[in-house]
Design a binder for this molecule. Structure first.
Ligand code: MSP
Length: 529
């Protein structure tokens, strides 16, 4: 086995002022699919998610609900914690910004910025949107509101500032030197234009950033000035290193996953919080003379049947309810969860907005999983069980199947190509195309006709070849629908140590005499009356 490389991937940490919705579920599933993909591809992976618990927004919500901020946080943090079970997330850690380990590391990070001279005290005067926990310049307001539509209020308070203005050129140099630092490209251009100050370069377009608050106290106290709490975004962004034990005597995880990782650290975020990750975070890290993340990946937004999702319209999509709805259609729980994951990953071209619709979910599941892949698995494995006691024959010299078999062995590299770009939809499509090709092969070879004609060894050749293709398909499906993919691998009787991408090669093929397990239906069609 080749030496393992390290890979670090993070979701944003979620605000605990409300229950998880489809947006949170999506980011988490995306990161999970990538984390699983990399593990299968022989990387040591650290996958982090968690909750962002400080700030005015959370404090206000707690107050409104007659709870202390911490009580309120505990209640919602639990709901986010439970997402891991609900969606079968394989995260290695879950960080809460109210934990000691985080507060210590964030404080340390502040001290580094301060000791290097990047922080000064002054007075902040300007617009603040609590909903976004963001400061806006007068010129950014649209009809008196934040560009996100959030209400803004005028603030004047003593504040510490970070000398962000001195990073305009350094950031632009970074974007130029590492053009795939921000993906996709359209988002990259947006960020560059923000830092430049528009189409033409405007020197000083980037203003110093207020990084402390005095008007409320739910945050990390500044050790040297206890009237101030840390601005929630500086607090929150540092979770990516605090969870790795940054600043700790034993910072093994930081060494391994921040300083020595391949094609990572990767932060996956929604397009609405890109500025914080692609501008502020790298500037903070540069100021601290620390390593930068490898890339920031921004995904689009989900809308609901064509309509923007909002609390006031009342069309928030709750992942728990969606999975329950599938269960109400006679789909078992584990299966329902994989179907929901599948739809999220498959429906949108990564980076674009996606339209959530139950109707489309059923269409996709029935067409792609039940009819295409399911049918293939069912037909082939049932025939092998019935006609050859579930035993595989040697197909290595079956020349008529050479092309098909090679397509199976090439699947891993095709997936790598798509996953490199976070193109989950295209990666899944590659698997579906292989299943279609296999279905065409079975129709052309018609093993049922071979059987009738008494050509039993020819029939066995065709079926064993197809079992081998099913093996590739199931191995490849693991990052996206882990439960169902592993059920197929169980049917094929594949050992655990053979369930990785290394095993997608010819050398690891099903051998003559290998016996498959009792067949059961894996992808039943969903009927919706
Ligand atoms: N707490 C900050 C992140 C701090 S990271 C250091 C935050 N939290 S959030 O809970 O409001 O949002 C978390 C993620 O959910 C964001 O990436 C956001 O883009 C995403 N989504 C929220 N609504 C969404 C949709 N309707 N569709 C897709 N994702 C959306 O921001």
């Amino acid at each position: 086995m080749k030496a393992q490389k390290n890979f670090y991937i993070t979701t944003p940490i979620y605000y605990v002022n409300d229950a998880p919705h489809i947006g949170h579920a999506y980011t988490s599933v995306v990161c999970d699919a990538m984390a699983r993909f990399k593990r299968l591809d022989n990387y040591q992976v650290h996958f982090l998610t968690g909750t962002d618990e400080h700030g005015q927004k959370v404090q206000k919500s707690a107050l409104k609900n007659n709870k202390t901020p911490l009580e309120y946080c505990n209640y919602f943090a639990d709901k986010f914690y439970n997402l891991s079970t609900l969606l079968d997330l394989s995260n290695d850690d879950f960080i809460r910004t109210t934990e000691d380990r985080h507060q210590k590391a964030a404080t340390k990070f502040w001290q580094i910025l301060e000791s290097k001279g990047w922080i000064y005290k002054s007075v902040y005067e300007g617009w603040y949107a609590v909903r976004d926990e963001a400061f806006y310049a007068e010129s950014e307001l649209i009809d008196g509101k934040a560009p996100t539509g959030a209400e803004v209020t005028w603030h004047k308070e003593e504040s510490y500032f970070f000398k962000l203005s001195l990073f305009q050129d350094k950031l632009l140099a970074l974007y130029e030197a590492v053009p795939d630092f921000i993906q996709p490209k359209s988002r990259f251009n947006e960020v560059v234009s923000f830092v430049r100050g528009g189409k033409e370069y405007v020197k000083g377009a980037l203003k110093d950033l207020s990084i402390s608050r005095t008007s409320f106290d739910w945050g990390i106290k500044i050790a040297t000035d206890l009237d101030h709490v840390m601005y929630v975004w500086l607090d929150a962004l540092s979770n990516y290193i605090s969870a790795l034990k940054f600043g700790d005597e034993n910072d093994d995880l930081y060494q391994k996953f921040w300083l020595n990782s391949t094609d990572s650290p990767v932060h996956v975020v929604g397009k609405d919080i890109l500025r914080f990750h692609a501008v502020y975070w790298p500037a903070f890290l540069m100021a601290a003379e620390m390593m930068l993340p490898n890339k920031i990946i921004a995904h689009g937004w989900w809308i609901n049947e064509g309509q923007k999702i909002s609390k006031s319209i009342g069309n928030i999509i709750d992942p728990i309810k969606e999975i329950e709805w599938l269960q109400s259609l006679n789909v078992a729980k584990d299966q329902a969860r994989d179907y929901f994951r599948y739809f999220l990953l498959r429906e949108v071209a990564f980076g674009s907005d996606g339209d959530y619709s139950r109707k489309n979910l059923l269409i996709r599941i029935n067409a792609e999983l039940a009819n295409n892949i399911g049918n293939l698995v069912q037909r082939v494995l049932t025939m092998i069980a019935k006609n050859n006691d579930g035993v595989i024959v040697d197909f290595s010299n079956f020349t008529a199947a050479e092309d098909l078999l090679n397509s199976g062995y090439n699947l891993a590299s095709e997936l790598r190509f798509e996953m490199e770009k976070f193109a989950f939809d295209l990666a899944i499509n590659k698997i579906i195309l292989l299943a279609s090709k296999a279905n065409l092969f079975i129709d052309n070879q018609a093993p049922w006709t071979l059987k009738k004609a008494g050509k039993i060894s020819e029939m066995n050749l065709v079926l064993s070849t197809l079992a081998e293709i099913i093996r590739s398909i199931a191995l490849a499906l693991q990052p996206f629908i882990p439960y169902l993919a592993n059920k197929i691998l169980d049917l094929l009787n594949i050992e655990n140590k053979e369930r990785n991408f290394e095993a997608m090669t010819k050398n690891h093929r099903l051998k003559a005499g290998h016996k498959i397990n009792q067949v059961e239906i894996i992808f039943p069609r969903i009927e919706n009356k």
